[in-house]
Design a protein around this ligand. Structure first.
Ligand code: NAD
Length: 264
C-alpha cells in the first residue's frame, strides 16, 4: 500500500455495527466496506467476529462487546475514538428473541429482551453521540414488522420493536440540533441465523409466514442492508425520525378482503 492509499484508507468513513458478526449486521458491514468504508463490528460472539473480520479483510475490526453492559459498550466506543479516530454511522443490530406464552413469561424473560434491544440500542447511541456529533453522522436502529403487529408468544419482542420506533423518533428530534439523524428500518422475515434458531426450536413455521407476504418469499440479509445503508448515508440527508418498513408488503397486505360476488 502506498502512503497515499494508506491515507485514503485511514480517512474512509467508519461504521459501527452492534451485532455485526451475523445476519443483517454482517450484511450491512459488508455493503459499507464494499463502498470503501471501514467497519467496526461489536458482538458477543468471538468466533463469529473472527470469521466476519476474516471475510471483510483489513477494512474491518472486531470488538468483543455486550450491549447489555454499559461498561462494555462505553469501552468499545472509546476504542473507536482512539483507533479509528472518527465515527460516521451507527447501526444497532444486536438482538435476539425468546418466544414464551405470555401467561408463563417470567420477569427475567421479559426484561432480558428490553436489555438487549432497547437499553442496548440506547447505550450504543449514547456512547456514539459525541463521535457522531463531530462527524454529522447518523444512527439506524432495528425495529421489525413485530413493531406494528401483536404476535402470540412475542410479548417482549413485540414490545421492544414497538419501543424502538419511539426511541428512534425521540433521538431524531433531540439530536437533530447536534447534526445527527436517527432512523429505523423495520425488516420483514429475513433468512438469518436468528430465524434458523427459532425454527430449530419449533417456535417458527416459515410456510404460513411466506404465504402472508405478497411477494411470497423472505428477504435475504443484503436486501435489508441496502435500505439501512441508504438511511445511514448522506443520500438520506433530509430523512430523520422515519421508520422504513422493508417487508415485501407484509404489513400493508389487505388481501384477506374478497368481493363475495367474485368468489364463485
Ligand atoms: N431476521 C429477521 O427476520 C429480522 C426481522 C426483523 C428484525 N430483525 C432484527 O434485526 C436485528 C438483527 O437480526 P439478525 O436476524 O441479523 O440476527 P442474528 O442472530 O443473525 O444476529 C444478531 C447478532 O447480535 C449479536 N448479539 C446478541 N446479543 C448481543 C449482545 N448482548 N451484545 C452484542 N451482540 C449481541 C449476536 O451474537 C449476533 O451476532 C435484530 O435486532 C432483530 O431483532 C430481524
Amino acid at each position: 500500500m502506498t502512503t497515499e492509499q494508506k491515507q485514503e484508507h485511514d480517512d474512509a468513513p467508519v461504521l459501527a455495527v452492534t451485532g455485526g458478526a451475523s445476519g443483517i449486521g454482517r450484511a450491512t458491514a459488508r455493503a459499507w466496506a464494499a463502498e470503501g468504508g471501514r467497519v467496526v463490528l461489536l458482538d458477543l460472539s468471538e468466533e463469529a467476529l473472527d470469521a466476519t473480520v476474516g471475510q471483510l479483510g483489513d477494512r474491518a475490526r472486531g470488538v468483543l462487546a455486550d450491549v447489555t453492559s454499559r461498561d462494555s459498550v462505553d469501552a468499545a466506543f472509546a476504542s473507536i475514538a482512539e483507533r479509528e479516530g472518527r465515527l460516521d454511522a451507527l447501526v444497532a443490530c444486536a438482538g435476539n428473541a425468546r418466544p414464551v406464552p405470555s401467561a408463563e413469561m417470567t420477569d427475567e424473560q421479559f426484561q432480558s429482551l428490553l436489555e438487549v434491544h432497547l437499553n442496548g440500542t440506547m447505550r450504543a447511541a449514547r456512547a456514539a453521540h459525541p463521535l457522531l456529533k463531530e462527524s454529522g453522522g447518523s444512527i439506524v436502529t432495528l425495529s421489525s414488522v413485530a413493531g406494528f403487529q401483536g404476535m402470540p408468544r412475542r410479548a417482549s419482542y413485540n414490545t421492544v420493536k414497538h419501543g424502538m420506533i419511539g426511541l428512534t423518533k425521540t433521538l431524531a428530534v433531540e439530536w437533530a440540533a447536534d447534526g445527527i439523524r436517527v432512523n429505523a428500518v423495520a425488516p420483514g422475515y429475513t433468512w438469518t441465523p436468528f430465524n434458523a434458531r427459532l425454527q430449530a426450536e419449533g417456535s417458527l413455521d416459515p410456510d404460513p409466514i411466506t404465504a402472508r407476504v405478497p411477494m411470497k418469499r423472505w428477504a435475504q440479509p443484503e436486501e435489508i442492508a441496502e435500505p439501512i445503508l441508504f438511511l445511514a448515508s448522506r443520500r438520506a440527508s433530509y430523512v430523520n425520525g422515519h421508520t422504513l418498513v422493508v417487508d415485501g408488503g407484509m404489513t400493508i397486505a389487505g388481501d384477506w378482503y374478497h368481493f363475495p360476488q367474485a368468489a364463485g
